[in-house]
Design a protein. Structure first.
Length: 268
């Protein structure tokens, strides 16, 4: 059983929801990332979504775009990110880690080579925003063969037919994008989220995580009431930007948000 599956099984058994924070690796400098990952786990994170910096992050709004820019100033590469996971694993062999990014760096590295290196370092899943299941005939088998869960996005506009295709190809959990638009945009319609999560469940027995638009304990609790996991990104990355010149303040700021969300989720 993968770390992701084991984590969701344990959470379900205890009646709890998964808290999945997103941060961009190497932001604002590479030395911040691994200690921050450990601190987020202590603050209540169940799974960590680690962004791979990319020069053209099309699914991301201005907040995470700037995070990639800050990380790329330090030339943070896909290999560097894999190295960070390997470093994290020296002290934490339980918390699942999902790499979130774009196809180009993986394609350059080579699907099989990337999959082997990532798995050996302790990566558990890969969310490649611009790789639809229909075009994953090389990547998906490479991920699966090396024990990496391929995680795919379902949008508010996804048709019922395509939803089934995505669920058939996915591993780990299904990621529902709660908003039309980019990360950090708009406000959450929790009634619509509930409807879509119920629809996804008719296609798959896998856990359903919801991201985009979850900013605080209140919105996290509203989503957690209907989903298996909440993903929090821009609200955390905002804290990195606000404290980019004072890196020691980043972890306390992020962990304060995560702790409040953890309390709200555990109260459900």
């Amino acid at each position: 059983m993968s770390r992701i599956a084991a984590k969701f099984e344990a959470l379900k058994a205890s009646g709890r929801k998964a808290l999945i924070p997103y941060v961009t690796a190497g932001d604002p400098n590479p030395g911040v990332t691994v200690p921050l990952m450990h601190d987020m786990v202590k603050a209540g994170a169940d799974i960590i979504e680690l962004g791979v910096p990319f020069s053209d992050p099309m699914a991301d709004g201005p907040v995470i775009q700037k995070a990639s820019e800050r990380a790329l100033i330090h030339h943070t590469s896909l290999r560097d990110v894999i190295g960070m996971v390997k470093e994290f694993r020296k002290d934490d062999n339980e918390t699942p880690v999902v790499l979130m990014g774009y196809l180009n760096p993986i394609e350059i590295m080579g699907y099989e080579h990337f999959s082997k290196e990532a798995a050996a370092a302790g990566v558990d899943g890969v969310l490649t925003v611009d790789l639809p299941p229909e075009e994953g005939e090389v990547a998906i088998p490479a991920f699966n063969a090396n024990g990496l869960d391929p995680i795919f996005l379902i949008a508010p506009t996804t048709t019922d037919e395509r939803m089934q295709k995505v669920c058939d190809a996915a591993g780990g959990f299904v990621y529902y994008v709660s908003l039309k638009g980019v990360t950090g945009a708009a406000t959450l319609d929790t009634a619509e989220v509930a409807k879509k999560v119920a629809q996804i469940r008719t296609h798959s027995g896998m856990p359903v995580g919801v991201g985009f638009g979850i900013k605080d304990a209140e919105s996290a609790a509203a989503v957690g009431a209907v989903a298996d996991a909440v993903v929090v990104g821009s609200a955390l990355v905002n804290q990195v930007e606000a404290n980019a010149n004072n890196p020691e303040a980043i972890s306390p700021a992020i962990c304060a948000i995560l702790s409040s969300i953890r309390v709200a989720l555990d109260a459900l």
